[in-house]
Write a protein that binds this ligand. Structure first.
Ligand code: NAP
Length: 676
């Protein structure tokens, strides 16, 4: 059989294995199928290429440009995913495992592409939070911005998700505008290599944006600096070794770790046999134990059930586990494939022996199980193994031993307080799930255990049809956890992009902040343009363009007409004495919505033109009452512009209503869609 040479992509060149290369075996047959690694890899040249070519190219683009690249890349990978599926079988993964890894990775990229367009500006500076007024008269203001790090992101990934593991880090990194060097785990790097090849072949990536190290990383970490970042996923032992690198400490290089954890699932006290929640619990636990042959960082390692339900859960779970066909992952009938390697299998068996010192094995015998379509003893196959621990309080190793395979331990709890204490003995986990139809159970566990977890997942009869599963990290939600789980955080929507950007507090005059942020700040220059802004297409509107309109007097008749027309006859508008008795009003006042409607009547340009629609209104505040006899003026200023597609874009207008004394009575942001 021909050995596959797994290459690295370094400083624009593909480089094959050389001195120091390691061999990689098939999970199914145990035979060597590939080699990877080359001690001669010039890591300094790679860092230089990323910093000098990749970074500047990416930073020239806006967030929207980069989001468009992500979308195109994801669609390209989707079209070519069969290549990745075909290769992945040798890692022991089944077709449904590929859906988690390959399709899950592509889906994550698509979510970042869409969030980048919707939640980030079409600009190169990200705005974090509102303008803060720092001086009394509004001429000294502050705002937080974020700009891309000017170095390189080094991504070190675990073996279990060769595609998702890369893409979930790459998407936020590229969206931020930072180049990446990806170092997959050697055991499955041939799948990652194929995915990187596809991305490079697509021609969509700017030069230097992505490089790949197949095999060892050499001394790359010793050359990192303050603008670089390391994102690590893997075991706690490796994380500890890497985060202690003196160079990383000396240069304050960002280091994020996603490591192993002792995730748990709790069956709520209400979820007795016969309820939909009981069945749901058994199903979720079985799925988490067997998907990816239990090699998921989020897999359920500890199963906590009310003491009286222990036997019922063991029996229902064993029944389901017994139906899990184990075998060659290429066979459609195989529900569980192999572990990644025989070394991994040995490690899982060792850890299972540790657990066995505190718990009894109640399902699954590693010496006696059936494998379809493959040689049980040559491939890295194991059956699902369920343990029962009768004394979870006295147990020690059970709460800190991660057998990274299809192994889980069931334990009984007395009450919710007990369950929460057992949960937290994981000393920080990625996720805990609670299957309950009682919101009070959910609330109590949240207050007791949220601080120990990166994610809490609740499921019941209402959510079960749509729920995404205990073990699925979602791009919208934070993935990571405190303590044992590494103390890191990834994903979580735009939060995940921030790991690769520097937040900077900007202070200065409104004009300076407007120039830097590309958004008009109250107090900055207003451009009075002769042509009405509603007559000018999207491209002809400038930040700061302003229209002043008014005055318009508000009469008692206006208020009464509005009240009768809308039915809003609230006493503050209709009853002088009752209104005056209210601490907010001097007497009868105009409806706030009347003022907004009059304001629209004052600033609108009625003819068909570039304004296509009014799509909303944000941050509305009524600041002072308007009484009959007062008159109002309106000021409309272009605050921000965001292209939405080829034909139109969103204009955000800052609107202020003032009275005859120039006192602000209402303020809001108006949104319109304007044609290009
Ligand atoms: P690992 O042995 O810790 O390896 C993780 C990565 O670190 C691999 O790419 C490995 O490369 C690399 N590495 C090891 N020593 C290194 C060194 N001295 N310098 C630079 N890189 C080094 O973990 P694994 O066996 O691949 O993955 C299984 C573990 O990952 C489990 O414990 C699991 O819980 C955890 N995990 C966590 C998450 C999460 O999101 N929290 C996700 C998946 C997995 P080589 O392969 O070349 O040695």
């Amino acid at each position: 059989m021909n050995l596959r040479d797994v290459m690295s992509f370094a400083a624009g060149q593909w480089i094959g294995p050389g001195e120091g290369a390691r061999s990689i075996a098939s999970a199914i047959t145990g035979e060597v199928i590939a080699t990877a690694g080359n001690d001669a890899l010039d890591v300094q040249a790679m860092l230089g290429y990323a910093r000098d070519v990749g970074g500047p190219g990416l930073r020239k683009l806006t967030f929207h440009d980069r989001a468009r690249i992500l979308k195109a890349l994801a669609l390209y990978l989707k079209d070519h995913r069969q290549t990745l599926y075909d290769l992945s079988f040798d890692t022991g993964a089944t077709q449904s495992d590929h859906m988690i890894d390959v399709d899950g990775g592509i889906g994550t990229m698509l979510v970042f592409a869409s969030k980048g367009r919707r939640e980030m500006p079409d600009a190169r500076v990200y705005l974090d939070g509102p303008v803060e007024q720092l001086g009394r008269h509004g001429q000294f203001v502050g705002r937080h911005i974020a700009t891309p790090l000017q170095g390189v992101a080094v991504h070190i990934n675990a073996f279990n998700f060769p595609v998702w593991g890369m893409l979930e880090k790459l998407a936020p990194t590229l969206l931020a505008g930072v180049p990446a060097i990806v170092k997959p785990a050697t055991a499955t790097c041939y799948v990652t290599e194929a995915c990187v090849r596809l991305m490079l072949d697509s021609g969509l990536l700017p030069e230097g944006a992505v490089q790949l190290v197949s095999g060892g990383l050499g001394d790359m970490l010793d050359h990192l600096d303050c603008q670089d970042a390391v994102s690590f996923t893997g075991s706690a032992d490796t994380a500890l070794k890497l985060r202690a690198n003196p160079r990383l400490l000396e240069r304050s290089v960002r280091f994020t770790a996603e490591q192993d954890s002792l995730n748990a699932s709790i069956l709520g006290p209400d979820a007795t046999p016969g309820t939909p929640e009981f069945d749901l619990f058994v199903k979720e636990v079985q799925r988490e134990m067997t998907a990816k042959a239990g090699q998921k960082c989020t897999a359920i390692r500890r199963i906590m059930v009310p003491q009286p339900q222990v036997d019922a859960v063991i029996s229902a779970l064993s029944e389901r586990l017994a139906k899990t066909a184990i075998g060659d992952p290429r066979l459609e009938t195989s529900r569980m494939g192999a572990l990644v390697s025989n070394a991994q299998k040995r490690d899982v068996l060792e850890k299972a022996n540790v657990i066995a010192q505190e718990a009894d094995r109640v399902f699954g015998d590693p010496m006696d199980f059936t494998v379809q379509g493959a040689d049980r003893d040559k491939g890295a196959f194991l059956p699902p193994m369920l343990f029962h621990c009768a004394d979870p309080d006295g147990a020690q190793r059970l709460h800190d031993t991660e057998a990274f395979g299809p192994v889980s331990t069931i334990m009984g709890y007395r009450d919710l307080d007990h369950a929460t204490r057992l949960l937290n003995r994981g000393k920080g986990s990625l996720v805990a799930s609670v299957i309950t139809n009682d919101p009070e159970v959910a609330t109590e566990i949240t207050m007791g255990a949220a601080a120990f977890h990166g994610r809490l997942y609740f499921n019941n009869r209402a959510s079960m049809k749509e729920a995404t599963g205990h073990g699925s990290p979602l791009p919208h939600m934070v993935h990571g956890g405190p303590g044992r789980a590494g103390g890191g955080e990834e994903l979580g929507g735009i939060r995940g992009v921030m790991h690769y950007m520097q937040r900077t507090a900007i202070q200065g005059s409104p004009d300076v902040l407007t120039a830097i942020t590309g958004q008009w700040v109250p107090g900055a220059n207003e451009n009075q343009n002769a042509a009405h802004p509603f007559t000018r297409p999207f491209g002809a509107l400038n930040i700061g363009d302003t229209l002043n309109a008014g005055p318009r007097e508000i009469t008692l008749e206006d208020i009464e007409t509005f009240a009768q027309f809308t039915g809003d006859t609230f006493y503050a508008h209709m009853d002088e004495d009752a209104a005056a008795a209210n601490p907010f009003f001097p007497g009868r006042v105009a409806h706030g919505y009347l003022l907004l409607s009059f304001a629209a009547g004052m600033f609108v340009q009625p003819d068909p033109g570039p304004v296509l629609a009014n799509t909303g209104l944000d941050n509305l505040r009524f600041m002072a009452p308007v009484q009959p006899g007062d008159s109002i003026n309106v000021r409309l200023t272009v605050k921000a512009k965001t292209p939405r597609n080829e034909d139109y874009g969103e204009v955000r207008w800052h609107v202020t209503l003032t009275n005859q004394d120039d006192e602000a009575v209402a303020e809001y942001e108006l949104l319109t869609m304007n044609a290009f």
